[in-house]
Design a binder for this molecule. Structure first.
Ligand code: GLN
Length: 294
């Protein structure tokens, strides 16, 4: 058994970074070296270039905050939550306990919408993001569609507060409106885009997820009911009466859910029009339009 991780103010930045990498590797963390570097930079308030420039400077007062960061990571808290922020589609979003940590995979959902609606990018589109969480999907879309307005809905008032904070910070508060409620219940009117990354994990599978997810993402954002498909049914059953002519519904999919969601969409008067794979090659997104135009 090796000595537990200890840091003090006299230790050099480079030595501290190595000590964290070693502790994280021993703990079985996948991205030990990257996490060690990012947390070391954050505790010191410097960027990667700063760390490379002055590796021999002592940690100084940053030692105690770096130690606290390391303990949290060893308790499997994701780096994004330790820092309280995450990059998504080129912007930075605050994350807190009330919201799902936005995943790089979900950028596939944004990309699928951009390519489906690319020709309409300068129209005054109406967007709706259901289960908006941090507001990352809505923020990314509003940035790409400069004349659009967007509504984000979340059941959690605490999540709504974070989404508002994030959209304000992006200068989008004049075009983004966040409402607390269940799926389409607080919404009226028709939309050119209805998008959701809903909870889609089978209830019984939540306990078997990685600790970073199971212990830190809100269960509300993960648990899709017994078969993982409850949110898709709830949203799809109300979506047809809220899609504008030529409007699209875009869902993120959990593993191996494409066929099941395809048939839920068809049973709700919606016509699947495309699927998109993520970088790992998994079917991650399904798009649908109205079967019969209003
Ligand atoms: N993508 C998350 C995961 O893999 C789940 C998020 C969700 O249920 N929408 O754990």
């Amino acid at each position: 058994m090796s000595a537990p991780l200890t840091l003090d103010g006299n230790m050099s930045r480079a030595k501290a970074q190595r000590a964290l990498t070693e502790a994280f590797t021993k703990a079985g963390l996948d991205s030990a070296a990257l996490d060690a570097r990012v947390l070391t930079c954050a505790a010191l308030g410097i960027d990667h270039a700063g760390l490379l420039r002055d590796p021999d400077l002592p940690l100084g007062e940053a030692a105690s905050s770096l130690m606290a960061f390391a303990k949290r990571r060893l308790a499997r808290e994701p780096v994004s939550r330790i820092l309280g922020r995450r990059e998504f589609f080129g912007e930075t979003y605050a994350v807190g306990p009330a919201v799902l940590d936005p995943r790089p995979d979900t950028e596939t959902l944004v990309e699928a919408i951009l390519s489906a609606l690319g020709g309409r990018a300068n129209e005054a589109l109406r967007l709706l993001d259901l289960g908006t969480g941090s507001g990352a999907i809505l923020g990314a879309l509003l940035r790409q569609f400069p004349r659009a307005i967007g509504f984000g809905v979340d059941l959690s008032p605490a999540a709504c507060a974070i989404a508002r904070q994030n959209l304000d910070a992006l200068g989008l508060c004049g075009r983004a409106f966040i409402l607390a409620g269940r799926w389409l219940a607080p919404i009226s009117g028709r939309f050119d885009v209805i998008v959701s990354n809903p909870p889609y994990i089978e209830a019984e599978a939540v306990a078997g997820l990685d600790p970073e997810v199971r212990l830190y993402d809100p269960r509300l954002a993960l648990d899709g009911g017994v078969d993982g498909l409850e949110a898709y049914r709830a949203i799809a059953s109300a979506a047809a009466s809220h899609l504008a002519p030529r409007g699209i519904l875009a869902f993120e999919l959990g593993a191996d859910q494409a066929a099941a969601v395809d048939s839920i969409l068809r049973s709700c008067g919606l016509e699947p029009i495309g699927r998109r794979r993520d970088l790992a090659g998994r079917e991650r997104v399904i798009l649908a339009g109205l079967e019969i135009q209003p």
